[in-house]
Design a binder for this molecule. Structure first.
Ligand SMILES: Cc1cc2nc3c(=O)[nH]c(=O)nc-3n(C[C@H](O)[C@H](O)[C@H](O)COP(=O)(O)OP(=O)(O)OC[C@H]3O[C@@H](n4cnc5c(N)ncnc54)[C@H](O)[C@@H]3O)c2cc1C
Length: 352
């Protein structure tokens, strides 16, 4: 989806699509052991039938494999609640370049026996070996899911809303996503999805997942009241019904698809201190000028200091970077496999 597997030189191409079997699932602990070619969405369905969920969910769920997810250390929409694959992957089986099978396929949540070798392969993008099986911890399926979609007057207010949200929703907060007005314009133009709130410079999607529908809705309601009365958000709507929840999520999940309809997309997933993230979008717009049809920013605000939002310039056609741009925005080995390093007052972090 982001060109991570596009062969450009002399790579070896393997398909793990036939390695698509669930090996075991423990309905007490929620530990799933499966082959690396299982499609994420199929695994989600499998565990949901047993009242669990996968700890990650991505726009690409219908086609991506769990082995690819682990190899890219994909974060996704549940990152805020369940953390990174570095925590939820319990074990891996990997085949090394010389054919050695490395069996670290433990299904123990606590395993203090020496080095944690599996961590080397999480995010290694196939450079150290082929992941052939994965053991992963699945959380219980939440009984109640509520979603609120809000309009926000500025990025500073997006951040303040996030702080308020964490304070008021605490343990039931499961997602906090933002998108800018250009994203909304593009999902409207290309996918005919309408905004459920009045036009705003930014939009926020807040999801809660808990065990008591009434209690969770009440908490979300109080948060909305507080956010609206303090002017942090200017408009909002809430959904508890599954169909409406899906419709609100579609506005966020289908941004990538809308961008693909709009032109050639240069995708950068960048981790930066949250308070500086949107400066990057503004700077890129100024720097690219008419070379880009759109520069959009959206993503999840995860954790306390860094975010993993997506900056997506869309151009009218492919162009090599002008010489003067190469120093500021460079892809390459210095940042590790597939890493992108962005110079922003020396405070940029590696991507993912
Ligand atoms: C560095 C990176 C980070 C990403 N982070 C996110 C994210 O946070 N959220 C999100 O929604 N999407 C993310 N993506 C998009 C990502 O492509 C998909 O989300 C998905 O996880 C990839 O799965 P896939 O099966 O399509 O893998 P592919 O696109 O086929 O492969 C992706 C990379 O993983 C390697 N790989 C695939 N399978 C294996 C295996 N079995 N063993 C070893 N290596 C393997 C490939 O060689 C390639 O380098 C990221 C992509 C990259 C490249």
């Amino acid at each position: 989806m982001v060109g991570g597997s596009v062969p450009v030189f002399d790579e070896i191409i393997l398909s793990t699509a036939l390695m698509n079997q669930v090996i075991s699932f423990d309905e007490v602990s929620g530990i799933l052991v499966c082959q690396a070619g299982c499609v994420l969405e199929k695994l989600s369905q499998f565990v949901q039938e047993r009242n669990f969920i996968m700890p990650l969910d991505l726009g690409a769920k219908g086609s991506c494999h769990i082995g690819g997810n682990v190899a890219t250390n994909a974060g996704g929409l549940r990152f805020l609640r369940y953390g990174s694959l570095r925590g939820t992957v319990l074990g891996l089986e990997v085949v090394l370049a010389d054919g050695t099978i490395l069996n670290c396929l433990t299904s123990l949540r606590k395993d203090n026996t020496g080095y944690d070798l599996k961590q080397l392969f999480i995010g290694s993008e196939g450079t150290l070996g082929i992941i052939t099986a994965v053991s992963i911890l699945c959380p219980p399926q939440p009984k109640a899911v509520n979603v609120a979609f809000l309009g926000c007057p500025g990025f500073a207010e997006v951040l303040q809303t996030f702080t308020t949200c964490k304070g008021m929703l605490g343990e039931i907060l499961s997602a906090f996503e933002f998108m800018d007005a250009e994203c909304m314009q593009l999902v409207g133009q290309h996918l005919h999805l309408a905004s459920p709130v009045q036009d705003s410079p930014f939009y926020i999607l807040v999801e809660t997942s808990g065990s008591n529908a009434g209690h969770d809705a009440e908490k979300l309601g109080s948060f909305l009241e507080q956010a609206l009365s303090s002017g942090l958000v200017t408009d909002g709507t809430m959904a508890t019904d599954h169909r409406k929840v899906q419709a609100l999520w579609a506005l966020r999940e289908r941004i990538t698809e809308a961008l693909s309809h709009d032109g050639y997309v240069y995708k950068y997933d960048i981790s930066l201190p949250v308070e500086r993230f949107y400066d990057l979008v503004i700077d890129l717009r100024a720097r690219l000028g008419l070379q880009a049809k759109h520069v959009v920013g959206y993503g999840h605000l995860a954790g306390y200091h860094v975010s993993n939002p997506h900056t997506r310039p869309v151009s009218r056609g492919w162009q090599p970077a002008p010489e003067r741009d190469r120093g500021g925005l460079q892809r390459g080995a210095a940042g590790g496999p597939g890493a992108l390093r962005v110079c922003l007052d020396g405070r940029a972090a590696g991507q993912r």
